[in-house]
Design a protein around this ligand. Structure first.
Ligand SMILES: [Zn+2]
Length: 340
């Protein structure tokens, strides 16, 4: 009797040890073409990259809160705002009322401060973040226990020295064609991060635009290769140049597009031509792009236009051995990849 009880307790102990959170988890909250990516370290510390849109019903703040609850969080340790556009900072005041936010990080003052709407959002941010704000420069590190996060672009500046193992010449740069300057130049100021967890590498560049991407990959690729790429700028073709994508050679791309924002055919073409790319996952079916150009329906989290959308998430779980699993929370479909 006593022996079997001990055996039972031992089994229970082993089960608990297995269940202990040893994985890095990343959630893509569907913000209908806005950005909100929640990163939860195995330590339980969390980093939210961008806080999506403001709507009268606080839709996106509620969706971010639901993701935080799904991840078992009671606070968000760091909110990183890549830049000060409404689709990246909009739900922040509402969110801050729903869940505590420990620290705020960003690129410094918006370069569109002369626009009244931007100024209002920026000043609200300044007020909320007072005393808890850090302005990031390229080369800085963001401390999240158990995970290495390096800032590789911020305020229009990129790192100037290659990351470890990177620095190779990028042959595609010979064909680079510069775009006209941005009408919304705060995109160019986006904070971009490279996250490392063991062998696994994930890159999120916010809305960094075509001309600014080049600073990181031309004439030499300063980043090296990554496993997972959040397509820049919601998968718009104002970003995602072949020079950038084919340099970082992601194995998996996740597009945080909306029903009518991001995912034109030429971006899919660039991604599919990228050496070593295995799969594209999408937050939304891109309605203006032919269905057959979109990725396989089972890898798309939301198929409906915004009015009927339930806001299903995509989730990535990364094990310490570098195996990472992408799951579509709409249908439970998942696929596991191995970090290089
Ligand atoms: Zn955006």
């Amino acid at each position: 009797m006593r022996k079997s009880l001990i055996a039972t307790l031992l089994c229970l102990g082993a089960a608990l040890a297995v269940a202990a959170p040893s994985k890095l988890e990343i959630y893509w909250i569907d913000a209908e073409g806005g950005a909100a990516t929640l990163i939860v370290a195995p330590s339980g510390e969390s980093l939210l990259v961008d806080s999506a849109n403001r709507t009268p019903d606080d839709r996106d703040a509620k969706r971010i809160l639901a993701a935080a609850h799904e991840a078992g969080l009671k606070k968000i340790d760091i909110l990183l705002t890549t830049h000060f556009h409404g689709d990246h900072i909009g739900s922040m005041p509402a969110l801050a009322k729903m869940i505590p936010i420990g620290a705020f990080m960003d690129h410094g003052e918006s370069v569109e401060i002369h626009r009244p709407q931007v100024a209002a959002a920026y000043h609200a941010y300044e007020e909320l973040s007072a005393g808890k704000r850090r302005i990031l420069k390229a080369g800085d590190r963001i401390r999240l226990k158990g995970v290495d996060i390096q800032v590789i672009a911020s305020a229009g500046q990129a790192i100037t020295k290659p990351l470890k193992g990177a620095g190779q010449k990028n042959a595609a740069c010979a064909d680079f064609k510069e775009h006209a300057p941005e009408q919304d130049p705060d995109n160019d100021q986006s904070v971009g991060i490279l996250l490392k967890f063991g062998k696994f590498k994930f890159i999120d560049m916010g809305d960094l635009t075509w001309n600014y991407e080049q600073k990181l990959v031309c004439p030499n690729n300063l980043i090296g290769q990554v496993d997972l790429y959040q397509t820049t700028h919601h998968g718009l073709n104002r970003s995602n140049s072949p020079q950038f994508v084919w340099a970082i050679q992601p194995r998996v791309a996740i597009m945080n597009n909306g029903p009518r924002k991001g995912g034109p055919a030429d971006v899919f073409e660039t991604l599919r031509k990228s050496p070593g790319l295995e799969d594209i996952w999408q937050g939304h079916l891109a309605l203006a792009t032919p269905k057959e150009v979109n990725t396989d329906e089972k890898m798309i989290a939301n198929l409906e236009p915004t009015a009927e959308c339930k806001g299903n998430m995509l989730k990535v779980s990364v094990a310490s051995n570098g195996a990472y699993t992408v799951t579509n929370l709409r249908n439970g479909f998942s696929k596991t990849y191995q970090a290089r």
